[in-house]
Design a protein around this ligand. Structure first.
Ligand SMILES: Cc1ncc(COP(=O)(O)O)c(C=O)c1O
Ligand SMILES: *[C@@H]1O[C@H](CO)[C@@H](O)[C@H](O)[C@H]1NC(C)=O
Ligand SMILES: *[C@@H]1O[C@H](CO)[C@@H](O)[C@H](O)[C@H]1NC(C)=O
Length: 405
């Protein structure tokens, strides 16, 4: 039995996995990586760094500074913006260590509600993609924003990006609206704009003075390359935008339960940056006071030690490659079976998720008759596929598509 989605995973775990901890993890974090044996993966580099930290007699458990572990906040590798970023050289980039990518989104949203576009600003429209990760809406609503809107993103007929609708919605957004953008590996569609398309998006956003708030939860995981996955964020910065970027290290370090995130702030000058960070310090002070250290240490040590950094990139690529392999095999198997329709979108999409394009009736057939579980929207978590079940899944999809229109 194969399960791809949140709720049916409960049934899966009850039937297949007896380990209570595994049940808990898989049901609550369905957006998590799994090995070809369907197991969680502790990155080898993380194991190594954990040992280094245990042996390091200089470390203690004193409170960290409010804005986070200094080595984490400005670690040498500068993976979001790139080592050579002029904005970094001009000292107008800062980071706030947050509790996961979610915490980074929340601190950013709180700041914007308080200080962007006037004080106590609850009326500025916030745009999220439709569909999007369900938490985007909640985070901004809870931060006090009252006008959450959507921009078009997914075109079902094309099984791809609704670029025209996306650009039109940006064009019609009131000036200074906040636009939440997925930096890479869009959740849930697995569909990202191409570099050319990002340029068009940036063009409109600049002309309309829209504020980009990037959510970067899958850097490195999508393509296997940190650089490639950060392209959009770096491009916006190169175009002179001020941005926020919520970076999560949950997926690319496999540190889901350590809650490691970083809110990158790119301001137009150093003075503005200092003002923003001092306000963020106030927000953090009344939210979690100061952040936890273990995950941030693991990330900082890895990123600042050249050999470990290289090893980490290899580990990330291992995860990305497994997903890419499953995509290629699923497509090839469907094509081999002569399953009606085109399946190119399976390999065009990237990251953990795929919008298969299966309709609700076909999904129901897969769940009820085949015990292959996926979301009603047709979204699958590619990590649910393994070398052992991929034939069965492909044959089941074939049957669903040929039997049910
Ligand atoms: C698009 C997106 N943003 C943010 C997150 C949250 O990451 P974290 O666990 O670091 O809070 C996720 C996790 O699923 C996600 O898919
Ligand atoms: C956190 O963000 C800041 C600002 O972009 C950056 O300098 C720092 O390297 C980031 N930390 C990590 C661990 O990526
Ligand atoms: C902020 O604005 C909202 C809605 O305009 C209002 O209800 C609230 O009282 C204001 N809060 C403060 C602290 O001014």
């Amino acid at each position: 039995m194969i399960f791809f989605a949140r709720f049916p995973a409960i049934a899966y775990c009850l039937l297949i996995i007896s380990n209570a901890q595994a049940i808990f993890k898989w049901t609550t974090h369905s957006a998590a990586y799994r090995t070809d044996d369907c197991q969680p993966w502790v990155l080898p580099v993380v194991k190594k760094v954990e040992k280094i930290i245990v042996e390091d007699q200089s470390l203690n458990h004193e409170y960290l500074p409010i804005l986070g572990l200094p080595e984490f906040r400005c670690s040498a590798s500068k993976i979001a913006l790139g080592e050579e970023s002029p904005a970094i050289k001009e000292k107008r980039v800062g980071g706030v260590q947050c509790l996961g990518g979610t915490g980074a989104l929340k601190v950013g949203a709180e700041y914007l509600r308080r200080w962007y576009n006037g004080n106590n600003n609850t009326g500025t429209p916030v745009y999220v993609s439709t569909p999007t990760w369900e938490n985007h809406n909640g985070v901004f609503v809870d931060a006090g924003f009252q006008d959450i809107r959507t921009y078009r993103y997914w075109e079902p007929e094309k099984r791809g990006l609704a670029l025209g609708g996306f650009l039109a919605d940006l064009e019609n957004a009131p000036e200074r609206s906040i636009i939440v953008l997925h930096a890479c590996a869009h959740n849930p569609t697995g569909t990202d704009p191409t570099q050319q398309e990002w340029m068009q998006i940036a063009d409109v956003m600049k002309r309309r003075s829209l504020f980009p708030f990037f959510d970067s939860a899958y850097q490195g995981f999508a393509s296997g390359s940190l650089e490639k996955d950060a392209w959009a964020v770096r491009y916006f910065v190169s175009q002179g935008f001020e941005i926020f970027c919520a970076q999560s290290f949950s997926k690319n370090f496999g540190l889901y339960n350590e809650r490691v995130g970083n809110l990158t702030v790119v301001a137009n000058d150093g003075e503005n940056l200092a003002r923003v960070l001092s306000q963020m310090e106030k927000i953090v002070r009344t939210t979690w006071s100061n952040p936890p250290s273990q995950g941030a240490r693991l990330v900082a040590v890895t990123l600042t030690t050249p050999e470990l950094f290289e090893e980490w990139k290899g580990n990330v690529k291992t995860m990305a490659d497994r997903v890419l392999l499953m995509r290629a095999q699923l497509k090839a198997k469907l094509q081999g079976l002569g399953t009606p329709g085109t399946w190119d979108h399976i390999t065009q999409q990237i990251g953990m998720f795929s919008f298969t394009g299966l309709n609700p009736k076909q999904v129901e057939f897969l769940i009820k008759e085949k015990h292959v579980y996926l979301m009603a929207s047709g979204r699958i978590n590619m990590c649910g596929l393994t070398s052992k079940n991929i034939d069965y899944v492909a044959e089941s999809i074939h049957e669903a598509v040929t039997k049910i229109q």
